[in-house]
Design a protein around this ligand. Structure first.
Ligand code: ATP
Ligand code: MG
Length: 137
């Protein structure tokens, strides 16, 4: 089994969609093995998205991700990284297939409702960025 890191972004938390999104994860066969609500500082958001520093959308992304609480979670399951990205849909919600989380909960390219790790390396980095070993069950 594989683990992936996931975020319910501030726009989805603000529209009371945490439960609906967690239900999608569980219906897809994932097990939640860690979860918490956090309010990111500017420094934490910049560090999390360090790979995007200097891109035109970076400041807007950091401003959005610090605009309200988020849910961070670790999903466990077979092929979890790719399957979570399939459930999320395309990064740009204009291209997200019907039935995906971004088709249903995104408000814009930046405010696209959810994050999911894109590789085993980023999953390991992102899980460790938010969770200590004792917090993962
Ligand atoms: P995520 O990392 O959130 O799971 P992703 O891997 O599909 O999504 P990235 O390229 O890593 O997308 O971009 C990270 C986030 O930055 C996106 O989810 C989106 O919120 C924002 N973003 C990326 N590209 C753009 C863009 N061209 N315009 C506006 N926002 C963008
Ligand atoms: Mg990404």
């Amino acid at each position: 089994v594989e683990r992936t890191f996931s975020i319910v972004k501030p726009n989805a938390v603000a529209k009371n969609a945490i439960g609906a999104i967690y239900a999608r994860f569980e219906s897809a066969g994932f097990t939640l093995v860690a979860a918490k609500m956090v309010q990111l500082t500017r420094e934490q958001a910049e560090g999390f998205y360090a790979e995007h520093q200097g891109k035109p959308f970076f400041d807007g992304l950091v401003g959005f991700m610090t605009s309200g609480p988020i849910m961070v979670q670790v999903l466990e399951g077979e092929n979890a990284i790719q399957r979570n990205r399939d459930i999320m849909g395309a990064t740009n919600p204009a291209n997200a297939l019907a039935g995906t989380l971004r088709a249903d909960y995104a408000d814009s390219f930046t405010e696209n409702a959810v994050h999911g790790s894109d590789s085993p390396e980023s999953a390991a980095r992102e899980i460790a960025y938010f969770f200590s070993a004792e917090e993962i069950c």
